[in-house]
Design a protein around this ligand. Sequence first.
Ligand SMILES: Cc1cc2nc3c(=O)[nH]c(=O)nc-3n(C[C@H](O)[C@H](O)[C@H](O)COP(=O)(O)OP(=O)(O)OC[C@H]3O[C@@H](n4cnc5c(N)ncnc54)[C@H](O)[C@@H]3O)c2cc1C
Length: 494
Amino acid sequence: MKATSLTSLRTSKASKTPRSLHLFGRDLRLDDNAGLAEAARFGDVVPAHLVEAELLERADRNPRRAAYYCGAVSSLAGALETRGARLIVRSDASPDGIARLATDAGATTVTWASAYDAATLARQRARRSALEARGFAVAVVHDAPAVAPEETAAARSARGHGYRALVPFVTTWATQPRRPVAARIAFARASLYSDPLPALAAPAVASAGTEAPSERAAVAGLDAFLGGPVLQYASARDVPGGAPTARISAALSFGVIAARTVLARVDERARDPFLLTEERLALGAFARALARRDFFLQLAWFYEDAPDRGLQARMDGFALGTDHPALAAWRAGRTGYPLVDAGMRELRATGWMHPRARLVAASFLCFDLAVDWRIGRDAWDDDLIEDEPALANGNWQWVAGIGADLAQFPRIYNPHKQLRTYDPLGTYVKKYVTELSGLPDVAPANGPASAQRQLSLALFDDRRYPAPVVEHAGAARAYLARYAAFSRANGTTR
Ligand SMILES: Cc1cc2nc3c(=O)[nH]c(=O)nc-3n(C[C@H](O)[C@H](O)[C@H](O)COP(=O)(O)OP(=O)(O)OC[C@H]3O[C@@H](n4cnc5c(N)ncnc54)[C@H](O)[C@@H]3O)c2cc1C
């Protein structure tokens, strides 16, 4: 280790060109990378990646996510090699470790892209202060959102508070420039010690995607989506057995592709003069999905204490269950409600769940089982490949009725009605709930009791699909009654 430092010190002293150290985090790509562009402003860039203990701990719980992360880092290292550069990997993410690395690299400036979850943000702030105290210049930039939180906030108020409501946010967001970042990056040749690339301890389980994660594969996947399926996006996001959605949440969360790049390609697609009205609307809906992502990122940025507490203080003190006799059935996809179960089984099988199924399965946990939304969020975190706590928190709070959705009462989804509306032929349900695959109709027209009778009819003993673990209408009404009583008692009714 000592010898490595001496060698690199000689390298850095010999070097006349100023250098910066860019720490790749959730921006595992070279193109349209705001942090990398910032680093290039200060000189030749030494590219590095810190294998942080916290990230490893999260990845360890979730083998598919770990595989995605390792694959993305490895692809980045490969892409750097083709540019004549080498990714320096370090497992010592302490300020001293980073300062040593920067000194060895001959860098006076350290750059990275900001995180949006409270825990990582706190670590990044401490790291910044410690490096500045050691005499380094530090530049931290927004890279994950297409539009930086401060830009939408400045349009809202002089004091720069973020938006708490989605609709006005999206209106402002749509007026902001969101061009890809273009920069000429010169990489430094630094012969520094590198730890090995992060690798999987155990062989990965089958993942949702087939190709190894890389910037190239993400862009190719996006282009294929924009070439056709996006034109049906308006229904695809609601109909789980229909046209595909973009499936780019994992790539976006690890920064394998930039949201700015995605939107630039959407805008380019929208310039096609032969688009039909519905197709243009679908492109708009897809762009708004990206706006929703920026919305939750800015919520996490401006309301940092909300992740575990809920954005709406008015519901603080409302009792949420930490357990339910059917909690294990919910996790296993055996609630007796086919759409809920298909979603949970899809997640277990692929590391991803269709957005409509997410709404219905999350609503079922929060209201039918009256279980704390944080338990659902954490359960999904064990399986989802995408890794963006700000989006998980924002969406779970939204569904639970204590986040940015300002409706007077929580929106409780009826799982049978949702099935009839969005998967009437049972295409999605039969794919994941295989016990039902032989049935002609998994979306019965009547209420839950008759639905269950019909579902059970054709099934036998060990293959039997379970009876509903709760009766939906009764459970939902009981929840609403408790909610209304709490609101009245606390004077929080709107
Ligand atoms: C209860 C619940 C929990 C969720 N947890 C997560 C999570 O942990 N991580 C995550 O990335 N998304 C989460 N979502 C949002 C959304 O379901 C996923 O982003 C989407 O399913 C990803 O698939 P896709 O890339 O095909 O999305 P598409 O529908 O093709 O959308 C494209 C991109 O837009 C963004 N987007 C779309 N919908 C949303 C949304 N509701 N909120 C924020 N961004 C959105 C995503 O980045 C997505 O990749 C959650 C939704 C719900 C209802």
